[in-house]
Write a protein that binds this ligand. Structure first.
Ligand code: ZZB
Length: 258
């Protein structure tokens, strides 16, 4: 499986847990299959209970991801020696919440790391970039934080980190309009990020249609069909050093090699 790894750069002030990296470029890295949606990023998702690591790459500065992802990257020329990576620090997700980030293409110059409880530890980097206009999971998790002050307070998330971040219309999908995730969320009457069955259905509804019939509403490929320009946008992100390609081995291979 090929993913695009988006570098979400940590902005000053660094949280106390990352203070020793001050002056160096540190990025949260998020694995996505949808580089064409990066115009609509509103935040980053971190699982409060997942353990992440901080490690050094050869070409892209310091990365934060799960250890599992770092190991995969070590076999893809990200680190100095094949298959090896040095853990500079371990950090529990909770301690990365509220961190300010700069991410490519989005109209919001500063976005925040927020909690999502449905992140899978064994997929991608364990860090997810949020596009609530087109990902029902992201929209559901964002609404949860907006509607439930107790949930925000539990994780030290303030209103400034959430309230200004409205879903951005970036793709027009026939029948679903220009905020397809919001449309299916309402249509299926989804109540929260834990509504797993409905969210799976919602994702299926928007995925295929978005890929084949979606048209970009922003950026240099405005007016083009997604399937025609997805690769160009991935290349653009890579050329401007905002992203890198990352491969995830098949599940069976992971379990065989431990
Ligand atoms: C931006 C984005 C925009 C995404 C969108 C989706 C959508 P899949 O197809 O099931 O493999 N993701 C990545 N890593 C994780 C993780 N560890 N736990 C939970 N979710 C994760 O899903 C790949 C997508 O799942 C990735 O692409 C990422 O979110 C998320 F408009 O990145 B995506 C309809 C989906 N739309």
């Amino acid at each position: 499986q090929e993913y695009t790894l988006i570098k979400m750069e940590v902005l000053e002030p660094y949280p106390s847990i990352l203070e020793s990296f001050k002056g160096k470029k540190v990025s949260f890295v998020a694995a996505t299959l949808r580089p064409e949606t990066m115009y609509g990023q509103t935040n980053c998702w971190i699982h409060p209970d997942i353990k992440y690591i901080v490690f050094e790459t050869v070409k892209d500065g310091i990365f934060i991801s799960t250890k599992r992802a770092a190991r995969n990257m070590a076999y893809q020329d990200f680190t100095e020696r094949d298959g090896e990576f040095k853990i500079l620090q371990e950090v529990v997700g909770q301690n990365l919440l509220g961190v300010a980030l700069k991410s490519p293409f989005t109209c919001y110059p500063k976005i925040y790391a927020l909690p999502m409880l449905t992140i899978k530890e064994d997929k991608g980097t364990g860090i997810v970039t949020s596009v609530p206009s087109d990902s029902p999971d992201d929209y559901a998790a964002l609404v949860d934080l907006q509607k439930k002050p107790a949930f925000r307070e539990k994780y030290g998330i303030t209103e400034e980190m959430i309230m200004p971040f409205k879903p951005v219309p970036i793709l027009e999908i026939p029948e679903f309009g220009n905020l397809s995730a919001v449309y299916v969320y309402d249509k299926l009457k989804i109540q929260s990020q834990n509504d797993r069955e409905k969210l799976t259905q919602a994702k299926e509804m928007v995925y295929l249609k978005g890929f084949y019939d979606g048209v970009l509403l922003v950026g240099e490929y405005k007016g083009s069909k997604i399937q025609d320009v997805k690769k160009n946008l991935q290349n653009k992100l890579i050329q401007e050093k905002s992203a890198v390609v990352y491969y995830e081995p098949e599940k069976t291979i992971i379990s065989r090699s431990g």
